[in-house]
Design a protein around this ligand. Structure first.
Ligand code: DP6
Length: 360
């Protein structure tokens, strides 16, 4: 058996505070608007991927949480692997041109790979896994192939797997710049601030339902682009202004502005979903009860002390500063007493529980 080359990388989940919703190019996954997210702690919600390349492997194969998946059935998987392979091919070509002896240039781009990917959180918990999944796949390919590209450049490869995955290539606060180029060259992720920039900020995930969502993000956003007039306004005027305001709030560690923009953007995203025809409704009664609870909490504090945000599902992500988070955990435990802490997750540094909330 030939020498086996191997790389293992973990990538975390990210939660958007300015939402990505809508593509201008579905094949290349180019978004209609820029977005911004916070990457959660690697320790709790992440995907760990190991990739091996060997001249003895007859074909590419992939196992997801121990179960083999058919790579060729997923255009997105094929696209990401092919794109990374082309970058490796270019590197081998360059090495040969630079005069490196042929026998020292390892022809990894010609070898098949075995990919083994595991989430460290239950897939059934209804939490996003495609972002961490594709980010881990692409980071592992980058390490295996020894690619010289920067993390931002590699984020373009993660993007063709799943849009939000490009943001999981970085920790901390990350913007996905929509870009304008037709080939997607300028549609990539950049780090706005690292995690040490704002250590007091924490995230808590409240699992309101672990059922699989009825309408996938991919299908839902396509219908929105085609049918919602509210959406056009969001893309044109609201998001560009919010991206700037959010970057300023993060730079200044200004929680009140960060929180208000986060809540408003989540609300607008779900409003746009309702304005889609036929309408899409991702939040449930528990989600809406949590919205009410956060606004009541903020009113009682006389300041904006907590923010909620919801993706394409009913589970809430709550952002708050450390001291307020302690009280919020108590509040949620009191309001939803039936459930035990289900998983552990937090944004740095202290792990807070992820609570499973009662179903509707
Ligand atoms: C609501 O990245 O899952 O979470 O690009 O089609 O794979 P595809 O969609 P995906 O959409 C995520 C949408 C969102 C908002 C966000 O994460 O910005």
């Amino acid at each position: 058996m030939g020498k086996v080359h191997e790389a293992t990388v973990s990538a975390p989940v990210n939660i958007a505070v300015i939402k990505y919703w809508g593509k201008r190019d579905s094949a290349l996954i180019l978004p209609t608007n820029s977005s911004l997210s916070v990457t959660l702690s690697q320790d709790h919600l992440s995907t760990r991927t190991t990739i091996r390349a060997s001249p003895d492997f007859p074909a590419d194969r992939l196992w997801l949480n121990g179960v083999e998946e058919d790579i060729s059935a997923s255009k997105r998987l094929v696209n990401s692997i092919t794109t990374a392979r082309k970058l490796r091919e270019a590197l081998e070509e360059k090495q040969r041109k630079d005069g490196i002896p042929a026998e020292s240039v390892v022809p990894l781009s010609k070898w098949s790979i075995h990919v083994c990917s595991e989430n460290n959180f239950p897939t059934a918990a209804g939490l996003a896994s495609s972002a961490s999944g594709y980010a881990a796949l692409v980071s592992a390919l980058g390490a295996l192939y020894d690619l010289p590209q920067s993390t931002s450049e590699l984020s373009r490869v993660a993007r063709v797997g799943s849009g939000s995955a490009c943001r999981s290539m970085f920790g901390g606060f990350v913007a996905w710049q929509a870009g304008v180029a037709d080939d997607g060259n300028d549609s990539l992720a950049v780090q706005v601030a690292n995690r040490q920039h704002w250590p007091e900020l924490q995230a808590l995930i409240l699992v309101a339902s672990d059922r699989k969502k009825a309408i996938s993000s991919t299908a839902g956003m396509q219908t929105t682009v085609e049918t919602s007039s509210l959406f056009a306004e969001r893309v044109r005027t609201v998001v560009p202004q919010r991206m700037e305001a959010m970057k300023t709030a993060i730079a200044n560690r200004d929680f009140e502005n960060f929180a208000e923009i986060t809540m408003r953007d989540s609300n607008q995203f779900h409003a746009v979903c309702l304005d889609t025809y036929p309408p899409i409704s991702y939040m449930n009664d528990t989600s809406r009860a949590i919205v009410g609870l956060i606004h009541a909490f903020n009113a009682a504090r006389g300041r904006i002390a907590a923010a909620y945000t919801y993706d394409a599902g009913p589970n809430a992500v709550i952002y708050a500063l450390k001291d307020d988070m302690r009280d919020l955990v108590e509040l949620f435990t009191f309001c939803f007493p039936r459930e035990e802490s289900m998983l552990a997750d937090a944004f740095y540094p202290d792990p807070f529980g992820v609570f499973a909330l009662p179903e509707e």
